[in-house]
Design a protein around this ligand. Sequence first.
Ligand SMILES: [Zn+2]
Length: 301
Amino acid sequence: MQPEPKQATDPAPVRSHPGWIALRVLFGLAGIAAVAWLVREVGVDALEEAILPALPWLPLALALEVARIGMDALSSHYSLRREDRVPAWPMFAAHLVAYAVMGVAPAGRATSEVVKASLLARWSIRAERTCLDELRERGVRAELFRTHLTPIPTPVRIQSDIGGVHYRKRPGALHFIISCELAVRLARAAPIFRAHGIETIDVSSSWRRAPNTSFHRMGLALDIQAFHGTRGTWVVEGQYPVDRTAPTCPVTAEAPPLRRLACELAASGHLSTVITPSYNLSHHNHFHIDARPDDPRVFVR
Ligand SMILES: [Zn+2]
């Protein structure tokens, strides 16, 4: 087990929104003012003269525009690999926003592509703000933590349970610091733990500085030694049915709970790796789980 990293800097509090909200309101008002100015410049009579004859055709024009955006979204959908595809509504919404931007921004086409890419980017490594927002929406209290010790995307210090599950670091360990992306995955996977009656998870290692090639270094991995809950305590070492000769999954309903848990976590799509003591000797006493946000592959053993 590697030593936990020392705290590098004081954690910076998560920034609040009011400035951004004010800026959006300001832009909205500026937009309304611009429209009012245009109407005044052109004259209401001239506008009526132009718009009234076109009125019967407007629904058709609107339908054609929506269909055009829909086709655009559809072509993006089919240009992505199957495992990279995003759900229909976020895909359509990204194209709708990009279309609006194209109409008003300078270098409209290029700008709209950038907008589209940044809206869809939350399906891989996301912007700090987007990830923190999802964490908050899922009821997880976390404080942004600044560090340059290792390359960790949006490091956060977890200050509450995650989806009704309490994560307990081993005695004497420093704070529970992980990447926001992993915290979100744990929140999404929480119903799986709760379905097994699990309330507390003993974490022996999370973010750490070594080895260089480990996802622990990026705050994207956890080592779990034990689970506690309404069905008692399950200690990985000793209670996990080690079998290094056969695949770990799939399992039958009669399999021991720790093995069913491992397979359910792997099958959920929320985690990228689930390693049990069946993998090798250095994992004899813990589950290693990790999340690789832009990698659709799942490894379980
Ligand atoms: Zn590990």
